[in-house]
Design a protein around this ligand. Sequence first.
Ligand SMILES: Cc1cc2nc3c(=O)[nH]c(=O)nc-3n(C[C@H](O)[C@H](O)[C@H](O)COP(=O)(O)OP(=O)(O)OC[C@H]3O[C@@H](n4cnc5c(N)ncnc54)[C@H](O)[C@@H]3O)c2cc1C
Length: 302
Amino acid sequence: MRVEDPKVVAALPELGVQLRANACLAELTSLGIGGTTDLLRITRHEAIPELLRLLDSHGVPHKFLGGGSNLLVRDGELPWVVLQLVSPQPDVVLDGNLAHVDAAADLGRTVTYCAKNDLGGMEGLIGVPGTVGGALRMNAGAYGMQIGTYVREVKLYRTAGRHLETLRGDHISFEYRHTSFAPDDMMLAVTLELPSKPYKEILQGIRICNEKRRSSQPLGQKSAGCIFKNPPGASAGRMIDELGLKSLRMGDAQVSDRHANFFVNAGRATAQDMLALIANVRERVAKAFDVILEYEVVVWNG
Ligand SMILES: Cc1cc2nc3c(=O)[nH]c(=O)nc-3n(C[C@H](O)[C@H](O)[C@H](O)COP(=O)(O)OP(=O)(O)OC[C@H]3O[C@@H](n4cnc5c(N)ncnc54)[C@H](O)[C@@H]3O)c2cc1C
């Protein structure tokens, strides 16, 4: 979709919004799949209510992009624009055990920065690509920890009420890859409260997690992490593996031969290839185990 209305185009710089025309989502997502649209990069949180009013009043639909590491985006010309926060500098400010973090901050760099300042707890998140906002949205976690445990406060834009709001962490429910945020809430900043730990000890934990990832995940290939959530008490990857589906390929979309819940773009996969592969695997798992796997990856197919 193109932002063409001269009134909208003229208003964007005043709102601190940078317009990148004809951006290719395949270049902005870790799967390397997705069509083209205009990208609006937001440099000031305060401008968001006004920006969304402007887009709504001119009939410009939008979607919100973090780091693009959990997304499968449709092919071709996309029927909505994409909004993305630009990270301010500094994007992490420490105050004792509190870390005030912008939602656009890179998750891995945030974990490392906190670690160097003797703040731990998030070792499992090292190696999870994307932004802190994206991690909050779906309560990212690994190796027995999840980001929600450390959230004390979230600043967000609530699309339903069209206002900025600050929520206390204990008023938000964080479950396995699920949160109580509304689907169109935009996370803008978070305050994390992290336990004190010597850097050396944190580093040891980080090394262990890194090693686990390296030995089990196809890190050199384009993926969006796990495609499916684990059903209660079971492992989606194990089910897919037991059916002998590792390396199953449709077009250039392929079930990884290292981790059966990672589907990779093994060349020039299209969204159609990937969706066909996902549907095929899901159907086989349903037949064999009587389990309907839920998506962990977010699909922008509409
Ligand atoms: C190699 C690899 C390993 C991975 N390992 C893990 C893992 O161990 N554990 C895990 O949990 N995940 C893992 N992931 C998935 C992914 O990295 C996480 O889900 C990450 O937190 C997504 O963040 P993002 O900024 O990239 O979000 P995006 O992919 O950009 O967006 C995902 C969703 O979040 C929404 N969103 C993004 N930012 C915001 C915001 N500020 N406010 C509101 N909504 C927002 C988007 O609209 C979209 O719906 C892995 C991915 C890869 C490629």
